[in-house]
Write a protein that binds this ligand. Structure first.
Ligand code: ZN
Ligand code: ZN
Length: 370
């Protein structure tokens, strides 16, 4: 037991536990015993707190995660500064440490070296790992990020930045809205707790709840519910398969506010070189997973189907790659060539559609036979 206690990093542990407890307690006592607040103040400070919570979370998902850890797009220094400034108030460590830990998570997912491996339990992956000296002192390995002066500054003065943005700023805005105390408790302490839980869900729920459409050898899952809770990070199976794609939800309707914010930043000229994986590659991964799942669930009758599916899958992926190439040519084409390419694209689209229908029929009938 004494050995277990020695492993605990008390400063982090006490902060994670005491921040929400003290915030709730102070808020309840204040609302019950004080008469120096108004309903308007509660509503306005809570609205700001909620807005600030979303902003803080987006700065983590867009900044720490997709920009710094994965380099899935390039940001203007102004945007980098904004993201680093706001995310300091999330109390999740510096961008440098966070990104370095996260890269290790991707490299060693589900193994002993994964800092927040789900194999060590849901609560360990959610919050427990941060409470150990081992996690806090995990060496930083991100030389590319260390060269960035803004990131280095945030890392060197992290605690000051965190307190200034996480507590002092909400206090100031609360004061402007008429109640500094509500500002620090609601938009400070409670908001920090909310944003922390949202990020922590990516490490716990995203490796527990959902489907595995793109890779089966990892615990990461795709889930709409988790996507809602995490500002789009819930398409985690896709993310672990294609970590350099700036999107996690690849369809336009997939709930991924982080992706939409990056797109908005690109429109404003603050982000560029948004990386995406070719759709033919994504399709290839999906079809492979469907065929493997069928093979596993239907050992007796699947031999013939597997052969058919393999041939069809190769044809679909090839057609999709050709379709993407045609679309590129089309966007650069002129005059007569435009009409020719448009017709070719339409034909290719019909062909892919029909092959996909065949694929679905084959899978369905093989499943029915099993
Ligand atoms: Zn993960
Ligand atoms: Zn990631």
């Amino acid at each position: 037991m004494a050995l277990q206690f020695k492993k605990i990093c008390w400063s982090v542990t006490l902060f994670l536990i005491l921040n929400p407890i003290i915030s709730v307690l102070m808020l309840v006592l204040y609302l019950v015993f004080s008469d120096s607040y108004t309903l308007t103040q509660i509503i306005s400070v809570s609205a700001f707190g909620l807005f600030f919570a979303v902003l803080t979370n987006l700065s983590i998902t867009m900044g720490y995660h997709r920009l710094f850890a994965h380099k899935s797009f390039e940001a203007h220094p102004v945007l980098e500064w904004i993201l680093l400034f706001i995310s300091s108030g999330a109390f999740q460590g510096s961008a440098l440490k966070w990104s370095s830990d996260h890269r290790i998570h991707h490299k060693y997912e589900d193994t002993e070296k994964d800092p927040y491996s789900i194999k060590k339990g849901f609560w360990y992956a959610h919050i427990g790992w941060m409470m150990t000296h081992k996690a806090v002192s995990l060496p930083i390995s991100a030389p590319d990020l260390e060269k960035n002066k803004l990131i280095k500054f945030q890392h060197d003065y992290y605690l000051y930045c965190a307190i200034a943005v996480g507590y002092a700023m909400p206090l100031l805005i609360g004061w402007i809205l008429g109640n500094a105390f509500l500002g620090i408790v609601i938009a400070g302490g409670l908001r920090i707790f909310l944003t922390q839980q949202s990020t922590f869900f990516v490490n716990s729920l995203s490796h527990t709840l959902g489907k595995t459409p793109y890779c089966l050898d990892k615990t990461a899952k795709d889930s709409l519910i988790v996507a809602f809770l995490t500002h789009g990070e819930g398409y985690h199976n896709f993310h672990h398969k294609f970590q350099f794609d700036y999107r996690n939800g690849i369809r336009w309707y997939h709930w991924d506010p982080t992706k939409w914010t990056i797109q908005l930043a690109a429109l404003a000229g603050l982000a560029k070189k948004l990386k995406t994986v070719q759709f033919s590659e994504i399709l290839k991964a999906r079809l492979e997973v469907e065929a493997i799942k069928l093979k596993k669930s239907n050992l007796r009758t699947s031999a013939m189907y597997n052969e058919k599916l393999e041939v069809l899958s190769a044809k679909i992926v090839e057609a999709q790659a050709k379709f993407e190439k045609l679309k590129k040519e089309y966007s650069a084409a002129k005059d007569q060539k435009v009409i020719e390419l448009r017709a070719e694209i339409e034909l290719m689209n019909v062909e892919i559609d029909s092959m996909m229908r065949k694929w679905k029929i084959l899978i369905r009938s093989a499943q029915a036979m099993g």
